[in-house]
Design a protein around this ligand. Structure first.
Ligand code: CP
Length: 326
């Protein structure tokens, strides 16, 4: 079945079947072992990937660049602001031309609701090489795959009965994309966990992602609930994933958005809240975290935090996505 994934776009986990996602997880674990044991794994010799960034990145850029090198290929960094994209070159022309130069196009376009996913789907329509979503306005499927790998490494493959709490948390730094919580509710509802989403009333997620999560949950026979209370979400959770995101209608009005968020400065993951979760619960965050706002140092640096394992798994999972699709 691996072969059937060649050329497949990875724009949302919703576009992949559970069986296909299982193959990605299997390949990620295999590549992780090979990397740890120093076994060469040049599955993409001489292949080229183009990494188009409309936003900043530490984990995503470096895991893709290092990952493609380790697979025997090369990743080009394309800064959208210094390419002709900034002068308005169309997604169609960009997709056709870059796919004629290489073997994969990876895109991060996450800051403006309504834009990034549409942009990468238009590129994918015209490119004859796979397009990989490095985070858009709707989904961050590379992050959530690494999160699922991490959860399985800790709790095993059968996650039935485990509860994940995906919660909004306060951060004054900037309006963070909504794609991580949206990606989490869409993916985790397909892999056996009960999912609780918590946020203040203003921080609703995009309705199409909520509907996808509801449908997934019904199909999988698990619970998907939404609450407006961080404590309630943490109660009896096995996995807590508190992070900030912006208000969909206020991404262009940062000052107004910041004023709203100030009502909820107590939405922080601290030791008291961790105490509401199960004893062996883990703390997750995609990073970067706003320390002191989203989470206290005691939690993120504490024994329940798995953030570095989670960040490391970004490397192994992005390599699996590239190895199977490019
Ligand atoms: N989690 C994540 O995508 O990190 P970067 O923004 O640093 O790529």
């Amino acid at each position: 079945m691996y072969g059937s994934l060649k050329g497949k776009d990875y724009i949302s986990t919703q576009d992949w079947s559970v069986d296909e996602l299982e193959l990605l997880l299997e390949k990620s674990a295999e590549l992780k072992q090979m990397f740890k044991q120093g076994i060469p794994h040049r599955f993409l010799p001489d292949k080229t990937g183009f990494l188009i960034f409309f936003d900043k990145s530490t984990r995503t850029r470096n895991s893709f660049e290092a990952g493609l090198t380790q697979l025997g290929g090369h990743a080009h960094f394309v800064d959208s602001s210094t390419s002709q994209i900034a002068h308005g070159e169309s997604p169609k022309d960009t997709g056709i031309i870059l796919s004629s130069y290489g073997h994969g196009i990876m895109i991060r376009h996450d800051l403006v609701p309504g834009e990034g996913n549409a942009y990468m789907r238009e590129i994918a329509e015209h490119a004859d090489k796979p397009v990989i979503n490095m985070q858009c306005d709707v989904d961050h499927p590379c992050q959530t795959l690494a999160d699922l790998l991490t959860i399985r490494e800790i709790f095993g493959k059968n996650l039935r009965g485990k509860k994940i709490a995906v919660s909004w948390a306060y951060a004054p730094s900037y309006a963070k994309p909504m794609s991580v919580p949206q990606g989490l509710i869409m993916l985790m509802t397909r892999f056996g966990m009960d999912v609780t989403l918590a946020h203040p009333p203003e921080y609703t997620l995009m309705e199409n992602t909520m509907q996808a999560a509801r449908d997934n949950a019904e199909k999988a026979g698990i619970k998907f609930e939404v609450v407006d209370d961080m404590d309630a979400a943490f109660e009896n959770a096995d996995i807590v994933y508190p992070k900030s995101w912006g208000i969909e209608s206020l991404f262009h009005q940062p000052e107004e958005a910041l004023e709203v968020s100030k009502k909820y400065t107590d939405w922080i993951c601290d030791e008291r809240r961790m105490g509401l979760a199960n004893k062996d619960a883990i703390y997750m965050h995609c990073l970067p975290a706003d320390r002191g706002n989203e989470v206290t140092d005691a939690v993120i640096d504490g024994p329940q935090s798995v953030v570095y394992q989670e960040a490391e798994n970004r490397l192994h999972t992005c390599k699996a996505i590239m190895a199977l699709t490019m």
